[in-house]
Design a protein around this ligand. Structure first.
Ligand SMILES: Cc1ncc(COP(=O)(O)O)c(C=O)c1O
Length: 392
């Protein structure tokens, strides 16, 4: 213990780097590891976006400057238009749209804006690990809403009212889900919307994956398209996966005007604005036609078939339900083990295969692992060749 321990806040000290990154960092030190830890797609940012950004750098004298805290008006207008195309809901680029440095930063802004000590946010369980961490960092309390594993991780809406207290501020929804790949049904989501409205709770829709739906496109429903919920919904769209722009750090937030007026204070005080160069990339991304999303989805569909088939070949190790969307599988560990973290570490050191322990995604994630199949097929095959050999 040094004086550093004393000066670090308890919240930060008690928090840790997410298990996703922890496993990725551990596996980076294992030479030749087959990494299925990180949801980092293997795709390159599409050519038209790279070219458009080069043009801006050459010709836009303002390209290196700050923007307003809520982002470039041209990008906010495009986001409002896109949102209207996708949901049928009219929003105002000035009143309702804010540009952020990725959905992580957007969520950080929201939690910072909303949370007082012990305020509660309801998270599906399992959920995205960073949601838990962010809420804890702002002294809030994650409240776990267990998904129904027997029903391929669907929402159990009957449980929801019992989780709501005077301290509940919001429910976070991700569909298709990370880590399970589940697409929540229209009926379930509408019921969740009704409950949230009745209790005056915000619904935060974190959406990095709705472009990856495979044969389940018909099943997908965006709750943000319900006009009656307009004042209760914050919708976050990430460019990271659909446009292979994870490193650019870009997303847009659509939210009630009153909330935007509060959240913009946080944005201004913490980051001034999302990087302008990424915002310019976003303008190019949204203003030019491109079929790259269909191409990405087709490649991911093949990888999903491959990993589903490879998992089926090791029933003594994993039990897996086929994911519906996104690019993760969340199999249950069948072989003898103590907990998912030890299993993941043993797997890494014994087989050079890196997966993320399910416990990182909430209590219901224990005894599972998450595998991200957005990597090249060779990596998936290498990982499963090693797993098959080790567990033979
Ligand atoms: C559910 C969820 N939210 C947010 C993020 C991060 O998105 P961004 O890159 O836009 O910050 C991820 C990335 O894996 C995710 O799975």
């Amino acid at each position: 213990m040094t004086f550093i321990t004393d000066i670090v806040s308890t919240n930060v000290h008690e928090s840790s780097v997410s298990a996703i990154k922890e496993m990725t960092m551990l596996s980076a030190k294992v030479e030749g590891a087959a990494m299925l830890t990180w949801g980092l797609p293997s795709f390159r940012t599409p050519e038209y976006i790279r070219q458009g950004v080069k043009d801006y750098l050459d010709n836009d004298v303002d390209a290196g400057k700050y923007t307003l805290p809520d982002g470039l008006p041209a990008l906010r207008n495009l986001a409002a238009k896109k949102y209207n195309e996708n949901t049928g809901i009219e929003v105002d680029a000035d009143e309702n749209v804010m540009i952020s440095a990725g959905n992580m930063q957007a969520l950080n802004t929201l939690f910072h804006t909303m949370l007082d000590l012990d305020d509660e946010i309801i998270l599906t369980d399992p959920c995205f690990a960073s949601h838990i961490q962010q809420i804890n960092l702002f002294s809030g309390k994650p409240v776990y809403w267990p998904l129904d594993e027997n029903n391929n991780w669907s929402l159990d809406v009957d449980l929801l009212p019992g989780l709501i207290t005077k301290k509940t501020q919001a429910i976070v929804l991700v569909s298709p889900s990370n880590p399970t790949g589940k697409i929540f049904s229209r009926e379930e989501l509408i019921r969740v919307g009704e409950i949230a409205k009745q209790h005056n709770i915000l619904l935060i829709i974190d959406d990095p994956y709705s472009d990856f739906l495979y044969e389940n496109r018909e099943k997908y429903f965006n709750l943000a398209s319900v006009e009656a919920l307009k004042q209760h919904i914050v919708y976050l769209y990430s460019f990271s996966k659909s446009y292979a722009m994870g490193g650019w750090r870009l997303s847009y937030m659509i939210m009630p005007a009153e909330l935007k007026r509060e959240a913009i204070k946080v944005h201004d005080a913490t980051m001034i604005c999302a990087p302008r160069i990424a915002q310019l990339a976003g303008i190019v991304a949204l203003s030019q036609p491109s079929n790259h999303k269909q191409e990405f989805e087709a490649v991911l569909a093949e990888r999903r078939e491959l990993i589903t088939q490879r998992l089926a070949n090791v029933p003594q190790v994993f039990f897996s339900q086929k994911p519906e969307g996104a690019y993760y599988v969340f199999p249950k560990i069948i072989s003898a083990h103590t907990n998912s973290k030890e299993f993941a570490i043993d797997l890494l050191y014994n087989t050079k295969v890196a997966v993320t322990p399910g416990s990182a995604f909430g209590p219901s994630g224990e005894h599972h692992v998450r595998m991200a199949y957005c990597v090249e097929e060779d990596v998936i095959n290498l990982a499963f060749d090693r797993i098959e050999k080790y567990f033979r």
